[in-house]
Design a protein. Structure first.
Length: 299
């Protein structure tokens, strides 16, 4: 004889069904694929938002770099510094907060936003998994705090703090570009001779037609300003960098390269880090993994 179940909570009008039928009824209330559709939509939104945030961060980092550079080269007053005024206007238009703009300008004067002097320091790191050597450039109003924080980050990503600077050479690197879109840089042989006369040790031309000057660190900014004025070009970047002194380490294993990329990303998020240099180059790793390494190197 079939058993019956009463749905008393449905009230007096509730009908009585055999339990086998009720089991079928209960199964009809199971979750559907509609939840998966919503989840996929949120994943897409989150991915797009993450990409937009990353693009905004990269744009602000570029503005900050140029604000610091033009403040260092031509002074912190935009009324007397048209290059700085132009970048400030562009940064504001792009939504960069005024506080961030002020910090970048002050950094160009070797000061924090509060007016305190900045200290420079480096942290030297080796990644055992890939034998990659790194030098991290720091500017901070409290370098001991910054070094302590960065040591924690390096340890978290399995790096070792150990001397590596002897594997690099200090060089000045300046990139000059033509003023105005489509403007020609001029005859390269003529530029080369003028650059050498101005104090450059070597001159190159990159894929975009920009002029790249290599100098001794102590004359980098002077040579950049002199040659920019002589050639009628503008200074796109001017840095004193760590260049590998010997052959670079080829990254051939995805796991080791991924670990290095993760460390570089974490280090670059630390606000007092100004640049990161590593003696690495692409080996057999995929383009996607190499990009996670390459995009965080340099200043």
């Amino acid at each position: 004889m079939a058993s019956f179940v009463s749905f008393s909570r449905l009230g007096a009008s509730a009908r009585i069904f055999p339990s086998s039928i009720c089991a079928q009824c209960r199964r009809s209330f199971s979750s559907s694929t509609a939840f998966h559709s919503g989840h996929n939509r949120w994943s897409k939104i989150r991915h797009e938002k993450g990409a937009a945030d990353q693009k905004k961060t990269a744009q602000r980092n570029t503005f900050a770099k140029h604000l610091t550079l033009y403040s260092r080269l031509y002074g912190p007053d935009p009324n007397m510094n048209p290059q700085l005024a132009s970048v400030i206007a562009s940064a504001k238009k792009a939504g960069m907060p005024k506080a961030n703009i002020d910090v970048a300008i002050a950094r160009g004067q070797g000061k924090s936003s509060t007016g305190e002097g900045l200290e420079t320091a480096t942290l030297e790191v080796m990644m055992p998994s890939s034998s990659a050597a790194m030098v991290i450039d720091i500017e901070s109003d409290n370098k001991q705090r910054s070094l302590k924080d960065l040591r924690v980050i390096v340890k978290k990503y399995s790096g070792n703090v150990t001397p590596t600077a002897f594997l690099f050479t200090r060089l000045g690197r300046t990139v000059l570009r033509s003023k105005g879109e489509g403007a020609a840089a001029g005859d390269f042989d003529d530029i080369f001779m003028q650059a050498v006369d101005a104090g450059a040790e070597d001159v190159e031309q990159d894929n975009d037609g920009n002029v790249v000057l290599w100098t001794q660190p102590n004359v980098t900014h002077q040579v950049a300003q002199k040659l920019a004025a002589t050639l009628g070009m503008e200074i796109h970047s001017s840095d004193i960098i760590y260049s590998p002194a010997s052959d670079k380490v080829k990254l051939n294993e995805d796991e080791a390269a991924g670990s290095l990329g993760a460390l570089l990303a974490a280090v670059r998020e630390y606000p007092d880090v100004q640049a990161v240099y590593a003696n690495v180059e692409k080996g057999d790793v995929s383009e996607e993994i190499w990009k996670t390494v390459e995009e965080h190197l340099g200043s």
